[in-house]
Design a binder for this molecule. Structure first.
Ligand code: GDP
Ligand code: IMO
Ligand code: MG
Length: 428
């Protein structure tokens, strides 16, 4: 079982950090392959809580080598402060590897992210303001700055000049902002070079060699399937590919290497930022899910929008990711409801639709068609096996599995490492 992908099956915040950490002790490498510090992955170990943004959650397992792949966008100041924060708490981060091909987020990218959102007004995406979109835009426009550029001062200046040439015109003429001096950006970036040098290598070579040697590699997604720039609810998405294929391009491994794709699936649905969300609740149930589930953004502190489970989305995630398993999280949050609505299909312009519509207009018009499943009131946080769950909780899981199209191999009943029911091993 050499390579597994673990990714978000909904709109992010499904519990990827916890799931990754759980596997971290049994795998040799944990690799982030896309996104950047827009992610906020929570890991709870005993009474310690960690919020990871850029570092793979495997960093908390001493035997695991954490890797930041080429597909990630790296804000060096955030990276260094995250490393320092972990070191202060006694976590050894010396094994970290960073791809020289990963692109750098610089202060002008965060600036452009913020002004773009401001100018979009009510049409804004609700980004995390971390410079993610503008950095990926530069990458695709072939004017990005990569980690390896930190180690060649003259090239760095040329690249920053080329990149700022156009941006300064936009900042000054369109947004009425002060232009940014290339020398200042270069000076700022060079300040990080020595601190990062020892981590940087050809991660593609390291990972492929590791796979040849039979090592186990776990690819940890950020965000989620519906935030994918190709397969998500465009334009209300992030600027990378959090779907399974992103692991190949974002880490430089072939699809033939990957034999398990695990979708992390919350037992209900949440979303942060703007965009369509058919099962969103605006009533007391929504507020209860937010409060009981602690649904507040790890990165921006924004309240998450909450709604019932959407099986149409889960089926879609199975399809576009080729999921082999689901890890169902936060089942404990649903304890106490007499009956739990689950969206099984949509009504769009008077017609029943079973699959996620490809048309943005149709999706905006989608109204959930609910089935109601009987709830349970017993505390399930101490359950260790599927049989420990009350019959109705078992029924809820089985119904979701049937609707979603892949086996539910693990169930989260609390945020801690041990608050997990493992049904099938992910490492067979
Ligand atoms: P990620 O971005 O996918 O890693 O998820 P976040 O960390 O942003 O949000 C998930 C939240 O749910 C975190 O606060 C986790 O500690 C918490 N969590 C994860 N799994 C469970 C679970 O099974 N039950 C409960 N109650 N909380 C969980
Ligand atoms: P994790 O990894 C939830 C959302 C933002 C916004 C959109 C675009 O913790 O699941 P961006 O800053 O990426 O350009 O914002 O994507 N978003 C997330 N929502 N969880 C995340 O990460 C997210 N990362 C980005 O709220 O709607
Ligand atoms: Mg999160």
């Amino acid at each position: 079982m050499p390579a597994l992908v673990l990714l978000g099956a909904q709109w992010g915040d499904e519990g990827k950090g916890k799931a990754t950490d759980l596997l971290g002790g049994s795998v040799d490498y944990v690799v982030r392959f896309q996104g950047g510090n827009n992610a906020g992955h929570t890991v709870v170990v005993g009474d310690q809580k960690y919020a990871l943004h850029l570092l793979p959650s495997g960093i908390l397992s001493p035997t695991c080598t954490p890797v930041i792949g080429n597909g990630v966008v790296v804000d060096p100041s955030v990276l260094l402060s995250e490393l320092a924060g972990l070191n202060e708490r006694g976590v050894d981060t010396s094994k970290l590897l960073i791809s020289g091909n990963a692109h750098l987020i610089t202060p002008y990218h965060t600036e452009v992210d913020k002004v773009t959102e401001r100018f979009l007004g009510k049409r804004k995406i609700g980004t995390t303001g971390r410079g993610i979109g503008p950095t990926y835009a530069d990458k695709i426009n072939r004017v990005g700055i990569r980690v390896q550029d930190l180690f060649d001062e003259s090239i760095l200046l040329q690249k920053v000049e080329a990149s700022l040439d156009f941006k300064n015109q936009v900042l000054a003429k369109l947004y009425n902002r002060r232009s940014i001096k290339p020398e200042q950006v270069v000076e700022n970036l060079l300040g990080y070079a020595d601190q990062l040098r020892d981590y940087v290598c050809d991660t593609t070579l390291v990972l492929n060699n590791a796979l040849d040697d039979g090592k186990v590699v776990l690819f940890e997604g950020g965000q989620g399937t519906l935030l994918d720039v190709d397969h998500g609810t465009y334009p209300f998405v992030t600027s990378s590919n959090p779907t399974a294929g992103g692991a190949c391009t974002g880490a430089g491994v072939g699809p033939t290497r990957i034999n398990r794709v695990i979708g992390i699936l919350k037992a209900y649905t949440t979303r942060v930022g703007a965009g369509p969300f058919p099962t969103e609740l605006f009533d007391a149930d929504g507020e209860a899910l937010r409060t009981i589930g602690g649904e507040k953004g790890v990165t921006t502190g924004r309240d998450r929008r909450c709604g019932w489970f959407d099986a149409v989305i889960a089926r879609y995630a199975t399809r576009v990711n080729g999921l082999t398993d689901f890890f169902l999280t936060k089942l404990d949050v649903l304890t106490g409801w007499e009956r739990i609505p689950v969206c099984v299909a949509y009504e769009i312009d008077g017609k029943r639709v079973e699959e996620l519509p490809y048309s943005q207009t149709d999706f905006h018009h989608a109204k959930p068609i609910y089935e109601f499943l009987p709830g349970w009131s017993e505390d399930i946080t101490k359950a260790k096996t599927f049989a420990d769950l009350p019959k109705n909780a078992q029924g809820y899981v089985k119904a979701l599995e049937e609707m979603s199209g892949a086996p539910i191999s693990a169930i989260g009943v609390g945020p801690g490492r041990d608050e997990t029911i493992q049904i099938n091993s992910f490492l067979d």
